[in-house]
Ligand binder design. Sequence first.
Ligand code: COA
Length: 176
Amino acid sequence: MNTNLQYIKLEQSHVTPEQLKQIVSVEQADGIENAYSIEQIKNIYIEKETNVNFVCIDSSSNQIIAHIATNPLSKRRNGSIFVINLVVSPEYRRLGIAQNLLFTAAQHYATLGTTLPISITVDKDNLPAINLYKKVGFEIVEPICSADEDDEQYILVSSLENLHNKMKSLNNSKTK
Ligand SMILES: CC(C)(COP(=O)(O)OP(=O)(O)OC[C@H]1O[C@@H](n2cnc3c(N)ncnc32)[C@H](O)[C@@H]1OP(=O)(O)O)[C@@H](O)C(=O)NCCC(=O)NCCS
């Protein structure tokens, strides 16, 4: 386990310009066309006050190296916590950081007593992400409302309880 990694909730009122810049660097590291711009990250992390967002910081360099942004008021599935985006810097991948961010967000909502499911859309050709979500307990489901429909993406859903149980069993198998 990398003890230099810290998972932190970013409160909208405390986000600094430097943190926004670091999140954009994480977003744009793969050089893909549809990566979020600084304006979009500002909207997600500061202007949308109801979003709930977490980052992973490498405390040895004090850099944000991964982030997850969630919207608890999404119309997806006729009401769910929607994962807006989840990205890990390329050099930190396959260390369990994405799954830890998902569990951190799920734990936060469970502590608040939220009973909504958590949903995600993912491009049908994004195998790393599909594998990740299946590993932590998400299932591919059919669209049930217009907000869900997209021929190029899967929608995946999990209950918070399911994620919690998965986290426990993955942690148990690690310590055996
Ligand atoms: C998808 C992504 C978030 C995964 O982040 P990560 O921190 O590397 O994922 P984890 O280390 O937590 O991996 C957990 C599991 O996901 C699956 N997985 C992750 N990367 C994978 C890959 N490249 N190939 C196959 N499976 C992969 C594996 O099952 C892995 O478990 P294992 O390492 O025990 O086999 C990361 O690759 C990324 O940022 N991609 C670009 C942005 C993106 O596509 N985000 C998702 C948008 S919906």
